[in-house]
Design a protein around this ligand. Structure first.
Ligand code: ATP
Length: 329
């Protein structure tokens, strides 16, 4: 039985590196794509994990399949297509360190995923089915992703959703909101960033925004990640903030995926059928904050996921940092 199956994009992320050569920036390529990163996080934490995805029949596609395999992810359902090249994403940083993306695909291989690529039994064999919104942007990947979610739900899997909004990929914002709403309506556990709450609800404050988002989301746990400040959660009748950890940041790519991976690792230990009591839930979120923080201290994402001992050690080292204390950032 697999613990975790992700469906979605796997690609090469090119991050700016070194000094620009005159006006020309230099980039370093790293395997990435949020669903692939999340599968790597779970695999690193010792959970049997798989990815359903599509790469091009080119050197980047071969590199991605090799890297996923090295990370311990089952790649039997990572298809190689001749119809498109492996997707490349270039990350640009502005003066404040805010990121924007240029995606090189028309379309890229990640959008070539079809319903025929869904394995006959893989989804029914996995305790968690995880997806994002990038493969909801275009057909045929949109229908494939939706079919996987519906099948996994019918099979009783826990559905986890990280919208990971990349507006550059959508034809219009209304379509993005509509498709993400589809995901919110079907997921049990959702993680969004503060900016995504604002985009989806039009409300700037975390608490008011999350309350509004709850109206679209019927699942059991909604988490808003807040970068170095940590996170905010709403679960049934309870809500609160869990403080983040101070680290020396090198690169924040994949922090959200490491966070989600560590959170699911903790929840798998408590049992997925219902949420643990609030103290345990807050401990799980603190562990997720530690995992997210650790991935920012090294380059790359997919290959930089933290081990459970590292996250536990960071929590220990940060004592008397107290995850039971509800603070307001
Ligand atoms: P991404 O899009 O890169 O996957 P995200 O926007 O979903 O990330 P963030 O809020 O940036 O998510 O980060 C996720 C979690 O990682 C945070 O809630 C926090 O626990 C941890 N984290 C992120 N940045 C930092 C940082 N600079 N210092 C410490 N912890 C961090």
């Amino acid at each position: 039985m697999l613990d975790f199956t992700a469906i979605g994009e796997v690609l090469i992320d090119f991050a700016p590196s070194g000094e620009p050569d005159g006006k020309l920036p230099t980039f370093t390529g790293n395997p990435g794509g949020a669903p692939a990163n999340a599968a790597a996080a779970l695999a690193r934490l010792g959970h049997p994990s798989a990815l359903i995805a599509c790469v091009g029949n080119d050197a980047f596609g071969a590199l991605l399949r090799d890297t996923l395999r090295e990370c311990g992810i089952d790649v039997s359902d990572v298809r190689v297509t001749d119809e498109a090249n492996t997707t490349l994403a270039f990350v640009h940083l502005d003066e404040d360190g805010d990121r924007s993306f240029s995606f090189y695909r028309k379309p890229g291989a990640d959008m070539m995923l079809t319903e025929d690529d869904l394995p006959a039994d893989l989804i029914e064999r996995s305790r968690i089915l995880h997806f994002g919104s990038v493969t909801l942007t275009h057909e045929p990947a949109r229908s494939a992703t939706k079919a996987a979610v519906e099948r996994a739900r019918a099979a009783g899997a826990t559905i986890t959703f990280d919208p990971n909004v990349r507006l550059d990929l959508w034809t219009d914002e209304a379509a993005a909101r509509e498709q993400i709403r589809w995901g919110l309506e079907r997921a049990d556990i959702v993680k969004v960033s503060e900016e995504e709450v604002l985009f989806l609800t039009g409300i700037a404050g975390v608490e008011r925004g999350a309350a509004k988002l709850r109206e679209q989301f019927a699942g059991r746990l909604l988490v808003v990640t807040l970068g170095e400040r940590g996170c905010y959660y709403e679960a049934g009748g309870s809500s609160g903030y869990v403080r983040g950890y101070e680290v020396d940041v090198v690169n924040t790519t994949g922090a959200g995926d490491a966070f989600f991976g560590c959170l699911l690792h903790a929840l798998l230990e408590y049992g997925l059928d219902s949420l643990p009591a609030e103290t345990e839930l807050r401990r799980a979120l603190a562990f997720a904050n530690a995992g997210g923080a650790l991935v920012t201290t090294r380059p790359g994402a997919l290959r930089a996921m933290p081990a459970a001992e590292e996250a536990a050690e960071l929590m220990e080292r940060a004592a008397p940092h107290d995850y039971t204390e509800n603070f307001r950032p």
